[in-house]
Design a protein around this ligand. Structure first.
Ligand SMILES: Cc1ncc(COP(=O)(O)O)c(C=O)c1O
Length: 396
């Protein structure tokens, strides 16, 4: 294996792992850091886990760390297990009235769009879907599609910082400004953003923002944060109501007190997150900026290899991508939903390549690649060859 960074991960050397995006992959040093936290926890569980004992200062140190990383006041950052939980907390706490509207997009993550539908429907609110094109040419098309769905009844806009099925880095700053001018609050689902693209919440100024530590920050599963603008913190409740709702706040705001104690949970993924960021920061000479730049360049090179093999035009401009990229596959060559699943199965079982292949919005077959430090161009070239074989054998 030619990639020198590969040895830092435990990934199966017999598989080309091109799907960092789904669950991330944790480097060995981070697993060791988590193991050390687990040893400490199990030596003295009550002292370690009791909020009134030694837990909160440890959480606060990580909170400060994330605050510096994403440009937020740590007092505005709660911990969640994952971005789905962050989105749920906001949506299910949102004070919808009957007839209110919430806008989501057709590139939104299914789990979070489900949460929006659930939260809206139980209050008599309505969900509208902004249809973003794919292939896509510009950010202007995103702004236009979302602008067209905002009405005088829209209360909340749920947008992804980086879209899951298509890997598009959406123009969130412009969308937040647009929504604010219309009196609409914005929840940004940044599941993929921290570690893939720079995130500066003081500049973006969203109402709500959630991010994962276990995707592009390479932290242990399961760990993430939820930012809530100070003025809405009194409304946002965790998805699990627990002791934090009425126990002493121990010097924290009611918002933090409630998210700090959501029943018994394993805080070691959260506590190990700084180890992951420190590892990634020194992996390359140019630090995190270099890592993000290299991952971006690699995903573009990988996409180029695939587009060549498929004879397909550019589905999105390079400036709209981070380190995920999707390419549409011809529905004629691939077939229906079952055929899409069969293709992914063949690529994994016959060619030893892990890559998601799916139907975008139930119609357009797409394949999504990820690029992380452990990947190299030859892996995408093998995928391109595998696609040639699978799609040609299907045709013949
Ligand atoms: C945009 C987006 N939101 C939310 C999620 C869910 O992440 P998690 O399962 O960690 O909550 C994903 C996962 O890929 C995603 O892409």
């Amino acid at each position: 294996m030619s990639n020198p960074f590969r040895t830092h991960w435990r990934l199966n050397p017999d598989v080309d792992f091109l799907n960092h995006g789904s669950f991330g992959a944790t480097p060995i040093v981070v697993m060791e850091a988590q193991r050390a936290w687990m040893e400490r926890l199990e030596r003295d569980p009550i002292e370690f886990l009791g909020p009134e004992r030694a837990l909160l200062p440890k959480l606060d140190r990580v909170r400060d760390y994330i605050g510096r990383l994403v440009g937020a006041d740590p007092a505005d950052l709660a911990f969640v297990r994952n971005a789905t939980e962050g989105v749920n907390a906001v949506l299910r706490s949102f004070p919808f009235s009957p007839g209110d509207e919430v806008v989501i997009t057709n590139h939104g993550y299914n789990a979070c769009n489900n949460a929006a539908r659930y939260a809206a429907e139980r209050c008599g609110a309505v969900v509208s879907v902004a249809e973003l094109p794919f292939p896509i040419e510009s950010n202007a098309q995103v702004i236009e599609a979302i602008d067209a769905m905002l009405t005088s009844k829209t209360r909340l806009l749920l947008i992804d910082h980086v879209t899951s099925p298509t890997g598009l880095v959406l123009p969130v700053k412009g969308l937040i400004e647009l929504a604010r001018r219309r009196g609409v609050r914005v929840m940004v689902d940044g599941a993929h953003a921290p570690g893939m693209v720079p995130v500066d919440l003081s500049d973006l100024d969203p109402d709500y923002y959630t991010g994962n530590h276990h995707k592009w920050l390479c932290g242990p599963k399961t760990s993430g944060f939820l930012y809530v603008r100070r003025e809405w913190q009194h409304e946002v409740r965790p998805t699990t109501i627990s002791h934090g709702a009425n126990s002493p706040a121990l010097g924290r705001t009611p918002f933090l007190a409630e998210f700090n104690w959501v029943g018994t949970y394993d805080p070691t993924p959260i506590l190990s997150m700084p180890a992951a960021v420190e590892f990634l920061s020194v992996l390359k000479e140019g630090g995190f900026t270099q890592l993000m730049r290299d991952n971006h360049a690699l995903v573009l090179a990988g996409r180029h290899a695939l587009l060549d093999a498929l004879g397909c035009d550019l589905p999105a401009p390079a400036e709209m991508l981070g380190s995920l990229a999707s390419v549409p596959l011809s529905a004629e060559r691939v077939g229906d939903g079952d055929a899409v699943k069969r293709l992914q199965h063949r690529i994994y079982h016959e060619h030893a390549i892990e890559v998601p292949i799916f139907l975008l919005n139930g119609t357009l077959p797409c394949l999504r690649i990820s690029a992380q430090a452990y990947n190299s161009l030859d892996q995408y070239e093998r995928l391109a060859d595998a696609l040639r074989v699978c799609l040609d054998s299907k045709r013949s």
